[in-house]
Design a protein around this ligand. Sequence first.
Ligand SMILES: Cc1ncc(C[n+]2csc(CCOP(=O)(O)OP(=O)(O)O)c2C)c(N)n1
Ligand SMILES: [Mg+2]
Length: 552
Amino acid sequence: MDITGAQLITRFLERQGVALVPGIPGGALLPLYRALADSTLTHILARHEQGAAFIAHGLARVTGRAGVVLATSGPGVTNVVTALADAKMDSVPLVCIAGQVPRKMIGTDAFQEVAAVPMARPLTKAAFHVGAASELLELLPEAFRLAESGRPGPVLLDIPKDVQTEVIHGAWIPEAVQPARARRPDPALIAQAAEMIAAAKRPVLYLGGGVTQARAQAAAQRLAERASLPATTTLMALGTLPPEHPLALGMLGMHGGRYTNQAIEECDLLIAIGARFDDRATGRSDRFAPAARVIHIDADPRELHKIRRADLAICADAGYALEALEQAVPPVLRTQWLERVGELRRERPLLLPGADDPRRPYGLIQAVGRIAGPDAAITTDVGQHQMWVAQSYPFSRPERWLTSGGLGTMGFGLPAAIGAALALLRTPVVCFTGDGSLMMNIQELATLAELQLDVKIVVMDNAALGMVRQQQQLFYQSRFSGSLYAQPPSLTAIAEAFGVPAYDLAIAHDAERALRAAFARPGPVLIRAPIQAGELVLPMVAPGAANTEVIH
Ligand SMILES: Cc1ncc(C[n+]2csc(CCOP(=O)(O)OP(=O)(O)O)c2C)c(N)n1
Ligand SMILES: [Mg+2]
């Protein structure tokens, strides 16, 4: 078979089961867009490449399979960089297909030439320059294999325009690749871990995004129940034990409950699974879980001993490891420790002031939780609203909770919600955002209006970069520098101009009824919820402090 590089790309994507490809065309990618027009793939025309890439995040984070994003050379691919870095931090499988100037022009500062591979290399699992169309036969499946296997992550393919038009004689369409999970755990190490768990008096399970990635929620719950292990989750794993679960300790770290951080302070064994001891979770790491021995299980060997020396380190897929541990640990009751945890919960509860008032942050979030129901997918942007949601939303499906955890990228929420809604047709999708963050990819309202997806955008509008304002209030003598908007625009008018109907809770007599009305309306809706600029996210551990030195 004789086909061009561009045709090979689209034929392979079809075979790989990729149905949706967000992107934006440009000169260096036009041969691929020509082939796309003849394919069964559906192109999602975003309005900014970062938006396209975060739509791919939404697809990938919800389905667990690689999202694909198309970007042209030069500014197209530089616009994608933030989303690649975000995917690396949060272990999201992503394949970026980027155009490049024709081979003979590389190195001449040609129009829209950027050295994409060296730029992307530190931010990706792998970045490949495709030097000839025939190399695609290997590199296309390799890109997907790398993106989806072990600890997932982003991969970049840099494909010159003339490689896209080059004919490959005697070509074939490579077989689709299946994700290869990380290895099974060594049984001898699992036996050791089970012994340590059985011997522990005050163990705590510390579950991270790797558990979500492995879709191992049920195994995590079973292990916790069998061995009576109170379990804390990182931001990335919220919902693994829903808040009402008796063993759920909630989120740890900078904005975690005081009882949660105190339980970790007192634990004698910390069992970290698919978690990477991120500084937002651990606080000052040399004072994190000071009395504990540590078992650390992770798919990525580079995470083991990286921040905290583990007493027992196991390189394995979180799901396999949880299942093996469940088989290996003896059932125990641990009455004393669970009583102590109950006491901490009563003495140092996570307070949610205003939880019954839908005009205040926690009350708004809880009202949305009641209306959206347990199957909804939730995205956020970055800031106070993100942490209020993390603290108080009734999460029960971790794979439907999408937030930019490691990189903390403002602008993530709206495009990620579009991606989630494309993946989960007929499931409600809620994007909690801030007035600052929404502005960073607001152009994707046009994409959303065009697609008419069931995305409800809840903008918590405090006319401020609230999280920055909060830190300035708490740590910089309330000198508000660059964190307050002097002339906030009308977000409802902007939404309507894009073709997205808008509701303003500022003019609603009954906020919860207005919310219900907005959610009942099919298709996209933006809901503006005014929030007092002085509302704080508490508790808070100062950056660099120990988790027990907390402002509350
Ligand atoms: C791209 C980007 N730039 C800057 C920051 C730093 N930052 C973190 S939170 C925040 C404020 C976010 O404001 P908003 O979206 O309105 O949320 P709020 O905190 O007010 O709820 C800023 C500027 C960031 N996280 N991402
Ligand atoms: Mg704000």
